[in-house]
Design a protein around this ligand. Structure first.
Ligand SMILES: *Cc1c(COP(=O)(O)O)cnc(C)c1O
Length: 471
């Protein structure tokens, strides 16, 4: 806990202090626009998204519910495609995927990354052009690879020697058509680990993904893919982490990855035409975060790659990136209903206000899992009360079931009030669970004053469907 005195609210003896970055807003009803999707606004204190008051959405669809701003999603997808117009932009489906979203991704001209058989199934169900799908994962089974090959997936990102062998065996008969070589990228660890506001460059990475460049494994993997007659070696893939705010981590990764391109050319006589620099572009969850515009990132990444290629005497490869969070994250908010408000006495005499909502770690595990910061707002009415530092918690049987660690909410927040948490589009519904037999909330898409359910709320029948008893 911070020991510095923040202006105003922290001067009372025993007053609770939030994290040093959190400032008490002049008006606790006001939205911080850059944390919200672009159609979000308050009208007479009521949050509206896509032209619909969340009071109406709550009445119609219940709470908790994820509200997906379709215009915002499409605008962000388009912004990446336009800023990175000379790249292939793969939307990372693991952030959030449904058949509706897969269609929007296709309509906005992006490619799609999947990293499991289930995500591939959603893409298939959505009618996504398989030639524009990339398939990731560190443990793809033979059956999963066979299916991907049969479907004609555009690129398979191989992650182990076992997988190269499986894929070689599967395609040993040769391609079923000469134009159906299986396109492969080799995932490498560039020895860069990005963490929000910093990155760490290391010689080795002690993690499960990719082939190490420094050990020579990456070069060996490239050689084996190159030798397999039905595989078409496209290039190298590197993904350095998530919530990255500048291009310095990408710079180190690109330098190491392109050096391997040059080495493959020199030692194996093979020019690989593509490089994928992965995803991880950061978004604003709270006022601490200041993400860069896609256009700036694109210009910087282009300059880095061109500079390195010039130095290595390489032609600039076709580049791709894989944003997930940066497209869908800010496009969704979660609406909850307050159930209880409790004041808890802390050591030193301060009191913390716990506001319990009707969801929690089953619909947003990121706070518990990553110690993530979120913000929230009173969404269903205006309040004349002063701000009070509050903690928003869920209804699960875990002390760590926290949704928003610290936020100034109006002091009169009471049972029945609606709260909304912005920036819950990425890794919330996709990581949602049935913990405590919770029903996973729906995803309600909003646009131009109309709402429609694109993922429905689970029912009690869904909950019991897999419980076959002992008969
Ligand atoms: C998770 C992941 C992404 C997307 O990361 P974001 O932080 O959502 O942008 C992209 N590529 C790969 C290989 C990933 O594993």
């Amino acid at each position: 806990m911070s020991t510095t005195h923040e202006a105003g609210w922290a001067h009372a003896p025993g007053a609770l202090r939030g994290p040093s970055w959190l400032r008490e807003p002049a008006d606790p009803n006001a939205l911080v626009p850059h944390l919200w999707s672009r159609t979000a606004r308050k009208v007479d204190g009521v949050l509206q998204v896509g032209g619909i008051p969340v009071t109406e959405l709550a009445a119609q669809h219940g709470t908790p519910a994820y509200v997906l701003d379709e215009d915002d999603f499409r605008a962000r997808a388009r912004a990446f495609r336009e800023a990175f117009s000379d790249f292939d932009v793969f939307y990372a489906g693991k952030a959030f995927l449904s058949t509706a979203v897969a269609r929007w991704v296709a309509e906005e001209g992006l490619h799609l990354d999947v990293c499991s058989a289930g995500e591939l199934l959603v893409a298939e169900r959505a009618g996504f052009d398989m030639a524009r799908v990339g398939y990731h994962g560190n443990n793809k089974s033979e059956a999963e690879l066979a299916r991907a090959v049969r479907l004609g997936v555009g690129r398979i990102i191989v992650d182990s020697f076992d997988e190269v062998e499986r894929l070689t065996r599967l395609t040993a008969e040769g391609p079923d058509r000469p134009d159906r070589l299986v396109r492969v990228m080799v995932r490498v660890t560039a020895g860069v680990e990005a963490h929000t506001h910093e990155y760490i460059a290391t010689a080795h990475e002690d993690q499960k993904f990719g082939f190490s460049i420094t050990s020579g494994d990456a070069l060996e993997a490239v050689r084996r893919v190159q030798e397999a007659p039905a595989l078409e070696l496209r290039g190298l893939h590197s993904h350095i982490g998530s919530q990255i705010f500048d291009s310095s981590g990408f710079e180190v990764a690109a330098r190491r990855v392109l050096a391997l391109h040059a080495r493959v050319r020199d030692e194996l006589g093979v020019v690989m035409p593509e490089t994928d620099l992965g995803g991880g572009f950061g978004i604003a969850y709270t006022t601490q975060d200041d993400p860069a515009e896609p256009a700036r990132l694109a210009a910087e990444m282009r300059a880095i790659v061109e500079h390195e290629c010039r130095a290595l005497g390489l032609d600039v490869p076709r580049l791709s990136i894989e944003p997930g969070r940066a497209i869908v994250g800010p496009s969704m908010c979660t609406i909850y209903t307050v159930g209880t408000v409790k004041e808890v006495a802390l050591d030193g005499g301060a009191r913390r206000t716990y506001v319990s909502v009707d969801g929690g770690m089953s619909d947003n595990i990121r706070t518990a899992l990553y110690d993530a910061d979120y913000s929230c707002t009173l969404a269903g009415r205006d309040s004349g009360a002063a701000g009070r530092l509050s903690r928003v918690v869920g209804k699960h049987c875990e002390a760590g079931d926290v949704v928003v660690k610290d936020e100034f909410l109006p002091a009169d927040v009471a049972p029945g009030d609606l709260l909304a948490v912005p920036a819950t589009g990425a890794y919330c519904r996709s990581l949602a669970s049935n913990y405590n037999h919770a029903l996973r909330p729906p995803v309600v898409a909003v646009r131009d004053g109309a709402s429609r359910v694109v993922v429905r709320r689970e029912t009690e029948e869904d909950l019991l469907a897999t419980d076959v008893g002992d008969e």
